[in-house]
Each structure stands twice: as C-alpha cells, then as structure tokens.
Design a protein around this ligand. Structure first.
Ligand SMILES: Nc1ncnc2c1ncn2[C@@H]1O[C@H](COP(=O)(O)OP(=O)(O)O)[C@@H](O)[C@H]1O
Ligand SMILES: [Mg+2]
Length: 435
C-alpha cells in the first residue's frame, strides 16, 4: 500500500504531502486543484511508470513536470511492499534527462495496482506479469511495464509491443466477456458476481444473454437485464452502466489474470491491492453514488477471497459519496483529504472525521464550500434578507435594499416550503414591515 506521498515544486501547489490510510482515502476539492494529478503521481510511486508513457493514446496521465525548472523538483514516497516491508524513496527531476531519477536495480513490488481514470480508461500493474524477470542470477526488466488502456481499449482489447512484436495482451470486455459467458466457467461466474455486487442495492440488475446488434454483425454482445428494459446489449447501455461494466471487467480481468500468471510462474498471489479511482461518482445517478464506495470495498474483498488487503484512493465531487461512507468510516483505516485554494495557494488538508448526517450538510461543509445548496439567485436573495434583518443594508445588493423588493425576490426564487420563509415572515411581522 501507499503510505506517504510528497511533492515539491511539482503540480498545482509549491509542495504537498499526504499520509494515506490503509483502507479508504477520499480526496475532494475544486476542479483543477490536482486530484487527478495526485492519483497519477500515486500510480507512478507504486509502479514507477507514467500511464501516458506506456500508452500514447491516453489523453491524461502525463509525466509530472516541475513547476519551476530552475529549482529542484522532488517526489518522495513511502510504501509497504507486497512482502510487508516499509520502503521510501526520493526522486529528483533531472532537467538534462527530462525525467525522474530512479533507483538502481529492481524496484519494490507494491502488489496489484489498478488505476481507474476519469474518462473510463484503466491502468493495471501486475506483480506477476509486469515485474522484472530473473534470468539465471540476473534481474532483467524485459516484461511489459504495465497495462494501460484507453477507454476504447478496455472494450476492444489492448495490443502492446513485446520483444519487438505486436502482441495482443488483453482481448477487451466485449470479446472476453462473451467468451466467458459461452464457457460458463469461473470467469463468467466472477463477472456476474462483481456486476451484481456493484449494482444499486435492492435494484434488479443482472447479466443477460448474448445478443447480436444486426444480422450482418457476427459479434456476440453481452447484455444487462434491468427491470424496466429487458436485456440491453452492453454497448447500448447508459454511460453509468458502461462505466460500471468496464470497472467490473477490469477488476475481474486483472485479478484472474494475476492469479493465472502467479500460478504459472510459481509466485505468491498478491497480498495487497491498491485501487486508484478518479471521479468515482462520474456518470452515476445519486442512487448509485450512494452505494458505489461501499460496494467497491466489498467486491474487492470477495474477488480476493479476503486474502488481500485492499487500499482504495479515490477522488470525488459527490457529497453523497461522503454521506455514504458515514456508517463504514473507521478512523484507524480511513482518511479524508481536501484540496483547497487558500491564501493564494493550493493546499492539501487532512480533514478531521465529522459525520455530517446527510448530503446537504456535506455540500455546505468545508469539503464542498457551498454556503447554500440552493440556486445562486436564491442564495443572493437570502443573503440580502439576512443582511437586511441584521440592519446591515449596505451589504445588500443595490436592487435588494427595500423589504418589498427582497420579499418579491424571495417569492420569485424560493420554494413555498423553503425553511427560510418562517424566519423572514416572523421577522417582517415583528418589525411591523407588514409583508
Ligand atoms: N503532468 C503534470 N505535471 C505537472 N503538473 C501537472 C501535470 N498534470 C496536471 N498538473 C497540475 O495539475 C493541475 C490540474 O489538476 P487536476 O489533477 O486535473 O485537477 P482535478 O482533478 O482536481 O480537477 C494543473 O493545473 C497543473 O497544475
Ligand atoms: Mg480530475
């Protein structure tokens, strides 16, 4: 697992440091403050590769560039290796080599690492298939350095160059899943279980039959059966369903192939899985945002038969994701981080755990920083009303300095049952405003 990450003169802040917890780490913060970038740096710390270097078709995951090339730039990290040892390393940017310094020899194996990118692409680093080989007594690094999938390649397969030859290294969701269904073996069972476990609780959602899109098209397409639409070919399904299907496939593919490779090579199965997940709520309806994090933690436990420890590091913009972890949050194993732009610079804070009760309260907490969960216009009218009640008319916008105008605006922008009404009405009656 990743224990510590530190950046100096790299990324949106002059420096940033985070101590991660061993199970769940959630990162919140405004757009552009570095959540995705931190996840890419985390992936690099664990695997020593930048996703984009391994697959030029990616539109994210570029190598980190120093902010000020004239000053030293550093990336420090500490991790627990799959063998259970604590290790730390400091890498500096070498402007001459246009890259980050590495350590000589075999890097440490962090276990299985899976990175879900925000756009639906994935990166997988497998300690059995991507680690160095031993040839005689010598360590050689001639295995594939990692599997990096563009969103398209998750579905249609990945070809990579191995020893100078283009080699199909993954068949992709469409081919693999339909073969699994035809074989009716362990992989099909696993995929159904994972798909089922990631579904919104209480809602029927299961794997349907193989379908054809047209008489001319020979490709069998897996389908998903829901309550309301029968069996839908997975390529026709919503973005949310495809996001979850892609995730289920990548988890099953990565774990099954890891198990198979470890067996063939006579290696131990990974004791650790690190799951990096960008925008974990992307495309999901609130019902799904509310169940996705607990579901993923549960699924990983099942996939690995609880034999591996699973660390999830995820970025989110969803107050419902935070509300959803309240019953599960354990300060010994979980932590919340928040990226903030304060006093002229980006800062990364560890946020003390304080349950907020519901998504609305999370929205107005420091994590999301909204003062109100209402429309911009309603917030403005309420701000004006409050300033007026305090006698602070100068704080009111020019068009909202008269009680009549404020009242009209409140009527225009607030719902009839808005909880602000009683305060305003009682106040205006008491003050004899007579509204
Ligand atoms: N490869 C990189 N090297 C250096 N800085 C980067 C790199 N990629 C992104 N950044 C920094 O991160 C910022 C974008 O942050 P990002 O992670 O996309 O934000 P978020 O995911 O929180 O919306 C950029 O403004 C830049 O400062
Ligand atoms: Mg992002």
């Amino acid at each position: 697992m990743l224990e510590h990450l530190e950046l100096e003169n790299v990324g949106p802040a002059p420096e940033m440091a985070l101590d991660l917890q061993r199970r769940l780490n959630l990162i919140t913060g405004d757009n552009g403050l570095g959540k995705s970038f931190l996840l890419d740096v985390a992936w690099w710390a664990l695997t020593r590769k930048w996703p984009r270097d391994l697959n030029p078709r990616l539109t994210s995951g570029y190598p980190a560039r120093p902010t000020d090339i004239a000053r030293p730039a550093k990336l420090r990290f500490a991790l627990t290796t799959d063998a259970g040892n604590s290790r730390s390393f400091e890498s500096t940017y070498s402007a001459r080599d246009q890259g980050w310094t590495g350590q000589p020899g075999r890097p440490w194996s962090p276990g299985l690492v899976i990175h879900a990118h925000a756009d639906g692409g994935f990166s997988v680093w497998d300690p059995a298939r991507n680690y160095w080989k031993r040839r005689g007594n010598i360590d050689v690094q001639d295995r594939l350095p990692g599997y990096v999938f563009s969103p398209q390649e998750v579905w249609t397969g990945l070809t990579a160059e191995i020893e100078g030859r283009a080699t199909r290294v993954c068949n992709g969701l469409l081919d693999d899943w339909s073969s699994w269904i035809r074989e009716r073996g362990d992989s099909a069972r696993r995929m159904s279980e994972v798909v089922g476990a990631l579904a919104v609780r209480g809602e029927p959602w299961e794997v349907g039959p193989l379908l054809r899109l047209s008489v001319d098209d020979a490709q069998d397409i897996p389908s998903i059966r829901t309550d309301y639409s029968g069996a839908v070919p997975i390529v026709h399904a919503s973005s949310a369903v495809r996001r979850i299907a892609g995730l289920a496939y990548m988890l099953v593919w990565a774990w099954s192939e890891h198990e198979r490779a470890a067996e063939q090579l006579g290696l131990r199965i990974a004791g650790q899985v690190v799951l990096l997940f960008d925008e974990i709520d992307a495309h999901l309806h609130p019902r799904w945002q509310r169940t996705i994090v607990p579901a993923i933690l549960g699924v990983m436990d099942r996939l690995t038969d609880s034999d591996a420890s699973v660390q999830l590091i995820a970025a989110t913009h969803s107050p419902l994701v935070l509300a959803s972890v309240e019953p599960h949050f354990d300060e010994e194993r979980d932590r919340l981080f928040h990226l903030d732009f304060r006093d002229g610079r980006v800062r990364l804070d560890v946020m003390p755990w304080a349950p907020q009760g519901d998504a609305l309260n999370w929205l107005v907490s420091d994590f999301f920083g909204l003062r109100q969960a209402r429309s911009v216009e309603a917030e403005r009218a309420i701000d004006a009303a409050q300033a007026y009640m305090r006698g602070d008319t100068l704080q009111c916008p020019e068009d909202l300095r008269e009680p009549e105008r404020i009242h009209e605006e409140l009527q225009r922008v607030l719902a009839g049952h808005d909880p602000f009404w009683p305060r305003w009405v009682v106040w205006t009656e008491r003050e004899g405003g007579g509204q």
